[in-house]
Design a protein around this ligand. Structure first.
Ligand SMILES: C[C@@](CO)(OP(=O)(O)O)[C@H](O)COP(=O)(O)OP(=O)(O)OC[C@H]1O[C@@H](n2ccc(N)nc2=O)[C@H](O)[C@@H]1O
Ligand SMILES: Nc1ncnc2c1ncn2[C@@H]1O[C@H](COP(=O)(O)OP(=O)(O)O)[C@@H](O)[C@H]1O
Length: 283
């Protein structure tokens, strides 16, 4: 008899703006950023194992089994909760890696929420977000599932409700190292904090953009091409760039033109992540 499967999405995120305020004594940078989700992402399926093992049944090229954030998230939750059950996990990988759209972090968050459900742990969101933060700065926002203004290294979250346009996302075929960008001497790291709430319109800059565009000609090219049709922005430390459009038809039209030479996709922005919308239907 086959085991019941729980299948859940792991959406991408965009950083609608990103300011770097300074560097902390531990070397990490203090940020102010706005996260919004895309209705586009990976898909994870979970089935219980009785032997207590955690096994990711899908290999991702270049990411060893035990380093995969899915496995790390599942093992951390199992250890911290004392749960004796195990799990088999399958991954449908759609999101480009190292693109600044948060695929690894989102996979980790979907694993935490999926296993909390499957293993019937009853952990609340605060506890899951705290565990998620140990796996990566972007994990908590995916655990909470609401678009947010983020501070600290991304863990202090205030829900926000920006417009939900359609986006064209271009995916330059380069992987940008976050560590490399944050250690560049030319990086702007002294942007004054925004103190007014809600964040005033017009704060859409990403402080990483000049450094990334200088180092990566493919990113520069994508910004220039998309910039002919919309304000072209960088998400996180890249490599993905995005532009907003009022409706799907316009986004599709621009995407069709640009994806003749570049890789990209069209997706709707969403302030409630599709993971949380799906979880609601299970309750
Ligand atoms: C800046 C963001 C915005 O979303 O970029 P993307 O990864 O999405 O592109 C994230 O917060 C990235 O967070 P996270 O994904 O945890 O960063 P990691 O890859 O672990 O960071 C790699 C390295 O970058 C530096 N780093 C990272 C985040 C930060 N706030 N300050 C830093 O100085 C540190 O040296 C760290 O060791
Ligand atoms: N499940 C996973 N999906 C994607 N990347 C993962 C995963 N687990 C570990 N990683 C590692 O995390 C790195 C960053 O991945 P990802 O989150 O997709 O990019 P970004 O943080 O730029 O959005 C990858 O290059 C990969 O080495």
């Amino acid at each position: 008899m086959s085991r019941p499967l729980l299948t859940l999405p792991a959406p991408a995120k965009l950083n609608l703006m990103l300011h770097i305020l300074g560097r902390r004594p531990d070397g990490y940078h203090e940020l102010q950023t706005i996260f919004q989700f895309l209705d586009y992402g990976d898909e994870l399926s979970f089935a219980l194992r009785e032997d207590g093992e955690v096994r990711l049944q899908t290999e991702i090229e270049g990411v060893p089994h035990d380093s995969n954030l899915i496995v790390k998230a599942a093992r951390a939750l199992k250890e911290q909760s004392g749960c004796e059950q195990g799990v088999d996990i399958w991954l449908k990988k759609v999101l480009p890696m190292g693109g600044g759209i948060g695929g690894g972090s989102s996979d980790a968050a979907t694993t935490l929420l999926g296993l909390n459900h499957l293993w019937q742990l009853g952990w609340d969101e605060d506890r899951l977000a705290a565990l998620g933060l140990k796996l990566g700065a972007d994990v908590p926002v995916f655990v909470r599932g609401h678009a947010a203004f983020a501070e600290g290294v991304g863990e202090i979250l205030t829900p926000v409700t920006p417009e939900e346009p359609w986006y064209v996302v271009l995916v330059p075929q380069v992987s940008v190292s976050t560590a490399e960008i944050f250690s560049d001497p030319l990086l702007t790291r002294d942007t004054p904090p925004i103190k007014v709430r809600p964040v005033p319109k017009g704060n859409s800059r990403n402080d990483c953009l000049p450094v990334v565009a200088r180092r990566y000609p493919d990113v520069r090219n994508a910004l220039n091409l998309l910039g002919k049709f919309a304000e072209a922005k960088l998400t996180g430390t890249g490599s993905c760039v995005f532009g907003a459009f009022p409706n799907k038809a316009e986004a599709d039209k621009v995407s069709a033109l640009l994806t003749e030479t570049l890789t990209g996709f069209v997706a709707k922005g969403s302030n409630i992540s599709m993971l949380h919308r799906k979880l609601q239907t299970l309750l």
